[in-house]
Write a protein that binds this ligand. Structure first.
Ligand code: NAD
Length: 455
């Protein structure tokens, strides 16, 4: 049984059965049977279904945002922002799928034609995270459906109600029940799903779970994509507009209560402006209102997962024991609910877990550096590589630095940003494969090589 809990106050808001092993097997069998017919429908029909889904998101926005806030604790304005932001992503897929899937003739000479065409992978296992359930879910299931796959979607156990709503909206929009099925449950349900002969596994979540999934599917020769965690660094050079950089980075670190895969998790500041930057940054964070996520003016909400409160407490204690200073916050807030104060630590270094392990909460370490070389070395001193950024007025300098940084996405004077037009990927423990961009449409297909000689 799943007990869906409101992270703001600890009350159970729903109780639902988890999918059983038999239920998962039945959904897989039905999806496999239904996938061919779905792939055989004209693309125009599949596009029409996703257009209706898009409209349903608009029509249901307030209700869907309230559900998301109730189970994840996302402040209501940010819940609406996620739903609004999703529309642009859907528009990208609607605009680009036909062109991306078009067969390409690459040679036509002497009666011999060579054509590259796309085929769907089959049944996709889409195992997802809770922090942006609409974004990270739709990055997979929208292009997967458009390219003719069936999808078994396992939302995070922390975003089950949202996952079930997504299923209902897709079905009401014309996607057959068997082509898109929601599996409710935690890791056990994900493990069970992966026992079936899926054509691709698309996972978003932690490195620890991603590694287990890679091990569980090794040898299966199926497509495996893992979008995992990060310890995303930003370097602030001495020539910046201090106020603008501090405002942008405070938002990048604290938005969604710091629970974004691309949240700014570490900041390095040139020694010439370190103290002034820190003062401006702390002032920005002080201005963020922590409060009931249902309130319009709340910016910091609760942590979605109760155990993460302890993780943050330990990171702060470890940093303080090793010489850091805490300029703001640093404490959990007594229950009910999973609350942690927005926290700013300085005098940090890479012996501290707060600078090395994903925090996934409203907490940031700011470290002083003496040169670009030192900044690059520290930015790369991590197993992760999701995003990294530089703030400077000098584009050439930013490009020089960012070219040396190991990350899937790099930012100049911006942060915590995802674009549907650009591939979203990580290096190292941040994952393998990609979503978004036209490559993130193609990734749900296999390329077939056609050698055609007219008789
Ligand atoms: P998680 O790894 O705990 O869970 C993710 C999903 O995997 C859940 O649905 C869970 O039930 C399932 N799961 C867990 N263990 C499994 C197993 N052994 N087999 C099959 N399924 C299993 O992660 P989370 O707490 O939901 O999400 C937070 C993490 O996700 C953070 O590390 C964050 O950085 C990362 N994330 C990454 C991206 C990205 O695009 N790279 C986006 C969002 C979140």
């Amino acid at each position: 049984m799943l007990h869906i809990t409101n992270p703001a106050n600890g009350t159970v808001i729903a109780e639902l059965p988890e999918d059983s092993a038999e239920g998962i097997a039945a959904k897989f069998k039905a999806a496999r049977a239904a996938q061919r017919a779905w792939a055989a429908t004209p693309l125009a029909h599949r596009l029409e279904c996703i257009k209706r889904f898009r409209q349903a998101l608009i029509d249901g926005r307030e209700r869907l945002a309230a559900i998301l806030t109730s189970e994840v604790g996302k402040p209501i304005k940010q819940a609406r922002n996620e739903l609004n932001g999703l529309l642009g992503r859907i528009d990208f897929f609607l605009a680009e799928t036909e062109r991306t899937l078009a067969p390409r003739t690459v040679h036509d000479e002497g009666g011999m034609r060579e054509v590259i065409a796309h085929e769907p992978l089959g049944v996709i296992a889409n195992i997802s995270a809770w922090n942006y359930p609409y974004f990270v879910g739709a990055n997979v299931f929208v292009p997967a459906l458009l390219t003719g796959n069936a999808v078994l979607y396992k939302p995070s156990e922390y975003a089950t109600l949202t996952g079930l709503e997504i299923g209902n909206l897709l079905h009401a929009s014309g996607v057959p029940q068997d082509v898109f099925a929601v599996l409710a449950g935690g890791p056990r349900v994900g493990i069970e799903l992966l026992k079936h002969a899926v054509g691709g596994v698309f996972f978003t979540g932690s490195y620890a779970a991603g590694k287990r999934i890679a091990e569980a599917t090794a040898g299966r020769m199926i497509k495996l994509q893992l979008e995992l965690g990060g310890k995303d660094p930003t370097y602030v050079c001495e020539d910046v507009d201090l106020a603008a950089a501090a405002a942008s980075l405070a938002d990048g670190a604290m938005y969604n209560t710091g629970q974004s895969c691309c949240s700014v998790e570490r900041i390095y500041v040139h020694e010439k402006i370190h103290d002034a930057f820190v003062a401006a940054f702390v002032a920005e964070v002080r201005g963020f209102k922590r409060g009931e996520p249902t309130m319009e003016d709340s910016y910091i909400g609760p942590l979605t997962r109760a155990p993460q409160v302890k993780v943050l407490e330990l990171q702060v204690a470890d940093a303080l024991a090793k010489g850091a200073r805490c300029l703001l916050g640093g404490h959990k807030v007594e229950p009910p609910g999973n609350w942690f104060e927005p926290t700013v630590l300085v005098d940090v270094n890479h012996d501290m877990t707060v600078m090395r392990e994903e925090s996934f909460g409203p907490i940031i370490g700011i470290q002083k550096v003496a040169s670009d070389e030192e900044a690059v070395r520290l930015m790369n001193d991590t197993e992760y590589g999701l995003t990294a950024g530089v703030y400077t007025r000098d584009e050439a300098r930013a490009r020089r630095i960012l070219a040396q940084v190991h990350a899937g996405s790099v930012y100049w004077n911006c942060c915590d940003r995802v674009s549907p037009r650009l591939p979203w990927s990580g290096v190292g423990h941040s994952g393998v494969g990609l979503t978004l961009s036209t490559y993130g449409i193609e990734t749900f297909t296999r390329l077939k090589a056609w050698h055609l000689r007219a008789a």
